[in-house]
Design a binder for this molecule. Structure first.
Ligand code: COA
Length: 335
């Protein structure tokens, strides 16, 4: 069976920075609290008027360049912050990238979106529906969090990361082994934006406006923490077993950059010492669907991830939804 093989990678961070001290200047928080509870020091944020597609186009352009040029015949945008509810954002990105009238769609699986996207891309390639798939994970979560809620605003940054996947063989470097995916809708309320969807719009008379606060992102941080550690650890073990590897033979753990304490707990559970963990959380924060591809791009660029490394990817987010996947890192130049 044909596999999806990573042939190019790129990422993009918007230039505007928000430091912990910037947040502490207007909220009841501190650099020390944010660093010790989350591991974050700074996050990149979109400027007013900019949106997810603006980040995604740049990351997509860089991934295509990294793959040595050429187009794609499918584009998947993993995001929770599309530019609009209608239309989907992926077709506009395709047009702006000059990719023509290819298959293009949005995929909503919160912070696990990149892993769900890898699975979809693998399926498109395995069935012959596509030869080259551009998979972009992009989110502008800062457009969704309450700027006055110290419990959430400190956690998120905006970013996009992308990979170009081509058809290849399962034993090639860069081939994505079939990921492990899971979900638990009984815990949907742990991470939620109450308003904006059909549930809130269909309740009450048309004149009834949603509670202004309901348009913002809400999260039960403590419960989310617990489930994130459990689900990423379990999915990781399963993915490694499926690959025929064992955890001690994994060279790099690339986990969704949600929070340094979650990352430490997952690494502890799986037995990964710091040298085998990739991290960019201090510089970018939690960038949702962009987290994993951005982490891979940054790590490959700074040399902490190298060709031949056996990599374990794992992510967790709203839904709840989660996943894990394995691959051997290919010889690619970051775009
Ligand atoms: N600065 C200072 N104090 C803060 C704060 C901030 N930015 N945010 C919350 N607090 C306060 C709370 O108000 C609370 O005060 P209280 O005891 O007076 O009520 C106290 O800190 C503890 O709050 P709590 O939410 O229990 O803290 P915590 O230790 O659980 O840390 C998170 C909060 C959000 C950092 C943590 O729960 C977390 O990381 N959860 C997972 C989040 C995540 O990764 N989600 C995405 C998954 S994809």
């Amino acid at each position: 069976m044909r596999s999806a093989v990573i042939a190019g990678i790129g990422s993009y961070l918007p230039p505007t920075l928000v430091t912990n001290d910037d947040l502490a200047a207007r909220l009841d928080t501190s650099d020390e609290w944010i660093r010790t509870r989350t591991g974050m020091a700074v996050r990149h944020v979109v400027d007013p008027g900019d949106a997810t597609s603006d980040l995604a186009v740049e990351a997509g352009r860089r991934a295509l360049a990294s793959a040595g040029g050429g187009g794609a015949d499918a584009l998947i945008l993993a995001t929770t912050t599309p530019d609009h509810q209608v239309p989907p954002t992926a077709p506009e990105i395709a047009t702006r990238l000059g990719l023509g009238t290819l298959a293009a769609f949005d995929l909503s699986a919160a912070c696990a979106g990149f892993l769900y996207g890898l699975t979809c891309a693998s399926g498109l390639i395995a069935t012959g529906a596509a030869e080259r798939v551009l998979l972009i994970g992009a989110d502008a979560f800062t457009t969704m969090v309450d700027p006055d809620d110290r419990g959430t605003v400190v956690l998120f940054g905006d970013a996009a990361g992308a990979v170009l996947l081509r058809a290849g063989a399962a034993d090639e470097p860069g081939a994505v082994a079939m990921p492990v995916l899971g979900s638990d809708g009984s815990l949907a309320d742990l991470i939620k934006v109450p308003a904006g969807g059909s549930r809130s719009r269909s309740s009450g008379p048309p004149s009834k406006q949603p509670d202004p606060g309901d348009v913002y992102f809400t999260m039960n941080g403590r419960e989310t923490f617990r489930h994130a550690v459990r689900r990423m650890s379990e999915a990781s073990r399963e993915a490694v077993t499926r690959a025929g590897w064992d955890l001690t033979g994994v060279d790099r753990l690339a986990a969704h950059q949600a929070n340094s304490r979650i990352l430490a707990a997952v690494a502890d559970e799986l037995g990964f010492e710091p040298e085998r963990q990739l991290s960019n959380i201090a510089e970018v924060g939690n960038t949702a669907a962009a987290s994993l591809p951005t982490l891979l791009a940054h790590s490959a660029a700074d040399g902490s991830l190298r060709a031949g490394h056996r990599v374990l990817l794992t992510a967790f987010g709203g839904g709840l939804s989660w996943g894990a996947a394995t691959l051997t890192w290919p010889d690619v130049t970051v775009g």
